[in-house]
Write a protein that binds this ligand. Structure first.
Ligand SMILES: [Zn+2]
Length: 193
């Protein structure tokens, strides 16, 4: 999260916040740069022991809409914090959860077990679409640790509170759901549950 893996010449001086350097043969190295110290490095003979707590990868070809629907219904949590839970789905952060929910036209406070199969399929497709767009844009540049990409120019809801929704024209409202979140729908489905 908000760090870099760089492959570069081992002759270069280390950069600020380089936490570990892996020298390779023939003069190159990989640097793990982690300004916020959110990253972890394990030395293990058993990667499964480290990765067992993670949910499926969003791009896992074996993860279909039916299984995703069942995982949503196995929980009764609000969609936004559930998407951020790495044991539910691995690798979705705050920006991508906001953008995926908007693409799927689902409210962040909606309870996961209330989704129909088509809505679950739309959410999985939305997660994949925003991750693909983010990767293609080289990520988002927001501040001194998020820089180098231009996905921020494609945001539909994230950081757009007070601006009109591209789908319906409603002004986007910022609500706090665990972490901050932005939504366009004026109705709050948490009242229905
Ligand atoms: Zn809208």
């Amino acid at each position: 999260m908000s760090g870099d893996l760089r492959v570069e010449s081992a002759d270069l001086p280390p950069q600020p916040h380089d936490r570990i350097l892996f020298p390779f043969q023939y003069g190159s190295r990989m640097a793990f740069n982690d300004p916020r110290k959110f990253g972890r490095v394990w030395l293990t003979k058993d990667p499964a022991g480290v990765l067992a707590g993670l949910g499926p990868e969003p791009f896992d070809a074996h993860l279909g809409a039916g299984e995703f629907y069942q995982r949503l219904h196995a929980s009764r949590r609000q969609l936004k914090p559930l998407l951020l839970d790495q044991s539910f789905l691995a690798g979705v952060g705050n920006i991508y959860a906001d953008e995926a929910l908007h693409r799927a036209r689902l409210h962040p406070l909606r309870r996961s077990h209330t989704l129909a199969l088509e809505e679950a399929a739309a959410l999985l497709a939305g997660v994949r679409a925003v991750l693909e767009a983010g990767i293609a844009a080289n990520g988002a540049s927001l501040d001194w640790v998020y820089r180098g990409g231009n996905f921020q120019n494609q945001f539909r809801v994230h950081l757009r509170a007070g601006e009109p929704c591209y789908n319906c024209g409603t002004l986007i409202v910022r609500q706090v759901v665990g972490q901050r979140s932005t939504v366009c729908q004026p109705a709050d489905p948490s009242q229905e549950v």
